[in-house]
Design a protein around this ligand. Structure first.
Ligand code: NAI
Length: 448
């Protein structure tokens, strides 16, 4: 017997799902969130953003300890303890996932654990239990793509999902895919002394990033052997065989990481029981995250629109506003992104190539960050670049890219400028704190 009809049922407690739950709970709505894993937080908290950034930070500390003599600091016995780094990662993940559970309680959101499936567009089953909701949000995330090459089923071939179960460090790690996931792991493992080879099939890493910047990152990732224009062909017990200029070449590998993209999780949730528009590329949604079924919405990776936790957060806010009568819509033109490699790379807006393709009359300027006092003092001869793309006709800022240091903490300011449709002359009037690396944005823009 059904005891009630929820205002909102959410399937999946990753960033898109749990944020929508918080926002709807804060509006006093009766909300149920259903999660199939044992902890809340989704890939981001359990095996994505948070654990990778925790491990990358430990490797960056280790790297600095060994490379700081020019700053007057010599560390003679720097040692990387993988077990301790993993234990710290575990502690961080635990605290963050418990934090989400606490937020659910705080906003009176009912949480249940189990696999949710659609019975119809208002009814969800979780094992034998049935729940009815006026509105449903699908927030089931995405999963790693498995490469169709021989040997992917071998036990030493893993995806980012299994990376955090690693008990000991490999000697030779081969990463297939020079995208975001591949490069973050490449940076981590190379900093702690593992021999890393990255195999990227395209002419340059990071297919959607400004080519000049992608190339600069490739040549800055100390200790990583990054091969482009090569295609993984076969995985054997201790080797990966790849095709280079039509010839078979091999490299040693006691661990292979597949990082060739992710696909939306549209299977096994009963979508076939609905008349819902979706494909392997994701669930179709409009700019309020509504599907073709008026009471069914989708947010986050499962939409295939922007596979980033912070995009999912914003989608979660938009969907709850739209659903309960506050005007809002999702915009994608000012979504910042970051690679937490060493050095970090971040960007927002259009790359030079994208802007030209879209027909803009483009003006571009770049600045080596060595010319910035704070950057040079703290990063010495490390590579760093700021690149800015402007529409010459309207003076609108189109894109900003920053390579070097902790650019992740700066890029949101450029996102605000693009989101607010600031023009070059408006930005020239903003006061940036000195000395900071952020000043490079204004300095690069000044010549335009
Ligand atoms: P991706 O799409 O970023 O990169 C995959 C790469 O693999 C591409 O460069 C592609 O050309 C290459 N590739 C495909 N097949 C190949 C083959 N057979 N041999 C060699 N190379 C091949 O996918 P990735 O890195 O798996 O990331 C998935 C998603 O997760 C991305 O959309 C990303 O935005 C998101 N993510 C974001 C993070 C962040 O914001 N810091 C961190 C991790 C993931």
């Amino acid at each position: 017997m059904l005891d009630k009809k929820y205002d909102l049922i959410i399937i999946g407690a990753g960033p898109g799902g749990y944020l929508a739950a918080e926002r709807a709970g804060a509006k006093g709505k009766d909300v149920l969130i259903i999660e199939k894993e044992k902890t809340l937080g989704g890939v981001c908290l359990n095996k994505g953003c948070i654990p990778t950034k925790t491990l990358l930070n430990s490797a960056k500390i280790f790297y600095k300890a060994q490379n700081s003599e020019m700053y007057g600091v010599s560390v003679t016995k720097a040692k990387y303890d993988f077990d301790k780094a993993m234990a710290w990662k575990e502690k961080v993940v635990n605290l963050m996932t418990k934090g989400v559970a606490y937020q659910m309680k705080r906003f009176n959101v009912n949480t249940i654990y189990g696999e949710a499936k659609f019975v119809d567009q208002n009814t969800i089953s979780v094992e034998e239990k049935i729940f009815v909701g006026k509105n449903i949000i699908i927030a089931t995330g995405s999963s790693p793509i498995l490469l169709p090459v021989s040997g992917v089923d071998k036990s030493h071939v893993i995806t980012s999902d299994e990376m955090f179960n690693l008990e000991k460090l490999p000697k030779n790690l081969v990463i297939i895919g020079g995208g975001v996931i591949g490069l973050e792991f490449a940076s981590y493992f190379s900093m702690i002394g593992v021999t890393v080879t990255v195999l990227e099939m395209l002419p340059e890493i990071l297919p959607n990033v400004d080519v000049e910047i992608a190339k600069m990152l490739r040549t800055s990732l100390a200790g990583c052997n990054i091969l482009t224009n090569v295609k993984a062909h076969k995985i054997e017990n201790n080797r990966v065989i790849y095709l280079q200029d039509g010839k078979e070449v091999s490299c040693d590998a006691d661990l292979v990481l597949l990082a060739v993209g992710r696909v939306p999780n549209v299977e096994d949730i009963g979508l076939e029981n609905l008349n819902l528009e979706f494909s392997r590329k994701g669930i179709s949604v409009n700019d309020t995250m509504q599907t073709n079924l008026p009471n069914v919405y989708a947010v986050g990776d499962v939409t295939g629109k922007s596979l980033l936790a912070h995009s999912a957060y914003r989608m979660g806010e938009v969907v709850v506003n739209a659903m309960f009568g506050t005007k809002d819509r999702m915009r994608y033109n000012a979504v910042p992104w970051v690679l937490y490699t060493n050095p970090e790379l971040s960007g927002v807006g259009l790359s030079e190539e994208q802007a030209r393709k879209e027909g803009y009359n483009v003006k571009v300027n770049t600045m080596q960050l060595r010319a910035n006092g704070r950057f040079y003092a703290e990063h010495g001869n490390e590579k760093g670049l700021c690149k800015i793309i402007v529409d010459a006709d309207t003076e609108l800022l189109l894109g900003v890219f920053l390579l070097g240091g902790m650019s992740s903490e700066i890029i949101h300011s450029a996102a605000i400028m693009i989101e607010s449709e600031l023009r070059v002359k408006d930005i020239k009037e903003i006061i940036f704190p000195h000395p900071t690396v952020s000043e490079a944005i204004k300095d690069t823009l000044w010549d335009l």
